[in-house]
Design a protein. Sequence first.
Length: 327
Amino acid sequence: MITGNVRPANMERITTPELAKKFIDEQIVALREQIGDGKVLLALSGGVDSSVVAALLIKAVGKQLVSVHVNHGLLRKGEPEQVIRVFRDEMNANLVYVDATDRFLDKLAGVSDPEQKRKIIGGEFIRVFEEEARKLQGVKFLAQGTIYPDIVESGPVKSHHNVGGLPEDLKFELVEPIKFLFKDEVRMVGHELGLPDAMNYRQPFPGPGLGVRCTGAITRDRLEAVRESDAILREEFAKNGLEGKVWQYFTLIPDFKSTGVKNNQRAWEWPVIIRAVNTRDAMTATVENIPFELLQHITNRIVNEVPGVNRVLYDLTPKPTGTIEWE
């Protein structure tokens, strides 16, 4: 088993399905050697990295893996259901699903500062994970979806997706099977493991989820409007060939309203802002040129299908000066 946090100079880049299969076979052997008959705990977010780690461990040690999926109420439409369907129903995983929506949203009520929101979401996630971990017996290992850019950029603990900061009684031996892979390699391995494309090629999604796309203090009705408008945008991009072409695209709803007209009556409602950008390294980003007819169609769907919304705006700002997310 390879140790340390430096990718070996002789490690072959995974560029073909054959190399991905070779990596999977080698990791299965290494994981079985490391884990033996112990139990492994994994925080399964449903993102690419944790999903690939889960699929690898299921192949290697089966039911010895306990995956905990915490729904904090800030996921995109259909994502918790997808995690349950793929891992519990299709892969027969030992999956613990925790719906903590009310717990998170109650903690976030009235909190408008972006950094404070992030701290609450991250801290509460760790507390929920701790509670679930303490219900289990015989856990010796903690699996994480750390990948090589995480190590290079921020050290070995990827705390915004995985679980750093656990108390001493939950300090398990780490299992990090993809920590020397780059994102394109992770996706290739995920494809060979049979993960659905919608999960394996999922666009980047912030750790705090829709919490940073419902700017200011989060309210349940505005959060639901973000979720529904985002689902419409993703559906239309997929139908019109933009799903794999645009690096990241989403909707957000700022914490203010404007006057509109619905059913011949004044409507004091929110605007939805669409953001669609391309980038190589996320340090700079350009705005995708979306066909105007498509934008009109998306606008028509959002204002007619999403309650509480009367306008749709398109963010034309590159990075710099605008960041990719708004918070």
